[in-house]
Write a protein of this length. Sequence first.
Length: 422
Amino acid sequence: MADRLQAVKGMNDALPPETAKWNFVERRCRAVLESHGYREIRTPLCEYTQLFARSIGEATDIVEKEMYTFDDRDGRSLTLRPEGTAGVVRAYIEHSIAKSEPVSRWYYIGPMYRHERMQKGRYRQFTQVGCEVFGIAEPTIDAELCAMLAALLQDLGVQNVTCYVNSLGRGDDRTAYREALTAYLEGHVEELCEDCRRRLGQSPLRVLDCKVAGCAAVAANAPAILDHLGEASRAHFDGVRRALEALEVRYEVDPHMVRGLDYYTGTIFELRGEGGTLGSQNAICGGGRYDGLVEQLGGPATPAVGFAMGLERLALVVPGEPETFEPGLDVFLAHHGDEARLWALTTAERIRRLGYRADMDHRQSSMKTQLKRADRLHARLVLVAGEQEIAARKVALRDMASGTQREIAADDLDAEIKRSLA
Ligand code: ATP
Ligand code: MG
């Protein structure tokens, strides 16, 4: 027997009714982001590999061991995007956007790929919705992003989410901190995992983001970067906190938080769901400032800040069974005989043009089967037509909620439907 075909491990199909909930969540995301002035950008699913190596950082989990990298037929190394920011920044530079607009607010929605160990809420293809703001250095925009996320989650009915913030400081603050951190970590080398030991010299901050228990324990007592911030970074972070308070965002400072990508500078934040369904995959969304990245990738020096949110994790915490997000059917047209089927076919088209959802059975099914189907589709109204009714230009209209049925003239149909569905 041939092998059973299966989807790639860690890459899931989304089937109805799940997709209905997905679409609802996506629509709400788009609406909230667009209400804040964000415009959509779509970049390719894959990019030249060096883009990710240069932006995310060589010594990160993502670049070291999680990327789907392959040579295309021209022998160039391509990588399925593991995150969205790198491609967006590449596009921002490639199209010289800075020349035509001083501030850009962009958002994207789409799949990302990371070869990770699979768990609930952790997949190899997952969907992110993200925002990037280019051209604003002021701390108020950092806070506005957090407030927008909090508002979005509230809009979606998600409860018990806390916004955690920290600052990674600027380059010079980071140098001082790296020294202090490296000195501390060197005293605990024995307790660190192999990866962290190896990266210690190159990228000590990575240890703070390691999920291995031993490393997490060491990280918990590490010196905090907040104590090593210079004047400018501290002023910026104070500005973020003041704005968060003015916006009444519930937040906490997490002095040990770092992020899994190297390009962050200054403010970083994460929204985490407390308790509930997500388990250890409780980070719904993460982001922060990356003031150096545009220049680092060959563009003009441009302050920037953004975030990415995992839509699978978000959908897990949005209340409501998937079925309840399905739009349901307004009218089902049941018919008997060839004439009646053609009548149903054309009438369904007309009803759809009135703005209603209409469906019919194209097979030669019995009336009983058709009515059962109408019921399963949760149709609000069912039209029943046989040869005689069609000849007499009449049709039966059944209201499924009340179970009442009455005969109406075909010419009054549109008005009757409108009245019944109002
Ligand atoms: P985590 O700490 O959970 O690994 P991360 O720091 O790697 O998350 P980011 O790279 O900042 O996450 O991505 C932002 C968001 O994307 C996360 O908060 C999460 O909701 C989602 N996400 C990241 N990786 C995955 C994955 N493998 N499967 C599903 N969602 C993911
Ligand atoms: Mg991760």
